[in-house]
Design a protein around this ligand. Sequence first.
Ligand SMILES: Nc1ncnc2c1ncn2[C@@H]1O[C@H](COP(=O)(O)OP(=O)(O)OP(=O)(O)O)[C@@H](O)[C@H]1O
Length: 553
Amino acid sequence: MMDACNIAATLPRLARERPDQVAMRCPGRSGRYDVAVTYADLDRRSDAIAAGLARRGIVRGTRTVVMVRPTPEFFLLMFALFKAGAVPVLVDPGIDRRALKQCLDEAEPDAFIGIPLAQLARALLRWARSARVRITTGARAWLADATLADVERDGANAAPDFVATLLADTQPDDVAAILFTSGSTGVPKGVVYRHRHFVAQVGMLRDAFGLQAGGVDLPTFPPFALFDPALGVTSIIPDMDPTRPAKADPRRLVQAIERFGVTQLFGSPALVGVLARHGAHLPTVKRVLSAGAPVPPDVVARMRELLPDDAQLWTPYGATECLPVSVIEGRELQATREATERGAGTCVGRPVPPNDVRIIRIDDGAIDAWSDALLAKPGEVGEITVAGPTATDSYFRRDTATKLGKIRERCDDGSERIVHRMGDLGWFDEEGRLWFCGRKTQRVVVDASTTLCTEQVEPIFNTHPTVKRTALVGVGERGAQVPVLCFELADNVGRGIFDIDTELRHIAEGFVHTAKIRHFLRHPGFPVDIRHNAKIGREKLAAWAAQQLERSA
Ligand SMILES: Nc1ncnc2c1ncn2[C@@H]1O[C@H](COP(=O)(O)OP(=O)(O)OP(=O)(O)O)[C@@H](O)[C@H]1O
């Protein structure tokens, strides 16, 4: 029998095939990893929770905010919601408080499931007032109608086939979840995921990276851990604050990798950077995946030295709205480093089949219907678009964002498909590889003939030995922007001992496109996004740079 179109549909099968395999192991309060959930437990307990939730009115289509840390409760609950056909709503808890309230209110949830602290914040800050069912993961039903343990107990005696029927009822087009973007360029947007998107995503990730049942994964980015059970992989939940990957303690990560023989690792470039700098060899790790922002070349080089020779270091490119789009392996990425450091952009590899990735001319407005006339010339930088099974079709209750981000395309057979606009700039080389050049909204338009893309400028200056990283921003109106290069000094460099501005100016003069950059500003520490700690907050930096220029005028 075919599995239903639902990522939870693999659980009953895995529970039959490999009941005693650990699905996830969590550090627990002690950090000793004494909490383990097997596939049999995960399936049985998520069934009980799904049945218990149904008794409380959380059923197919019920929007349910989930604010639970990556503990067994989180995974049990998420799979219970998927099985029930309910719609979990996930927002990064670390985002700006006002933005968080806006996201939660906008989602207009019917239910709110959270840790006691989240329930307290909900009550005090009047989040999600539409939620009529409130469940806490705490020991007592404080500020909530019930505890998750009550819910599980209530559902434990449900009729054996009750949840199987709910699961079988889910349809590919039903909304499966609302996942908010990380909000690195504004208030996060709720991406509408349908069951078919998740199922396609698991299949594409499995095929692109050769993921196999039985492996052991260290997923340092929580939502990614949800794919592990769908793939039959064991997840080792890392002992770290998932909202601060750049601050993770590498010793604890390495201990977990060694103790459980971790074979694959998923982390943001900031997290991979932490491991690379720590420098411990990782002989069991066969595959590292790093996404969210470009991985700095020295991190790729160092990480490859720490992994076995046959290990692979993949950087998938994609977004909450569409993932994966393309992939590149570390060896090929290293071979493109020189071009990156000469201003080509960052190579993000070849499109993952069956994605249809096309580049259109840069346009800040909405585009209603697809036409091949939108296409940029071969080799020209434009906006990256994707049509494919994981390209989502809308943002939840954000019609303007949906209009700006999606294009309808009539196909030859008369059907219609949605093309997602990535909001990223890029180009294709002659070998069919995609090069990422930065965010469309962060491009700097100096004059009619000069548009600077952040990823075609910053890597040139990042080669300076005493620079840690740089960020290009524009001050003034687009079309007449003053380009400013902000830079952070490397950690061990003393201040003011040499004239770095002159050296950076010298580098700028070495390339036609950077020659117009005349302002170089040292910044003590760039603002970064909370999910990956890797995307630079160039909007905030631009405001700071404007002040600095005004002061020195
Ligand atoms: N491998 C990669 N190399 C370079 N950039 C990447 C890579 N993977 C992802 N990105 C960047 O991350 C973006 C997707 O990030 P995400 O979905 O987390 O939210 P966001 O786009 O940062 O949030 P918002 O849209 O709210 O500003 C991509 O559009 C791209 O700019």
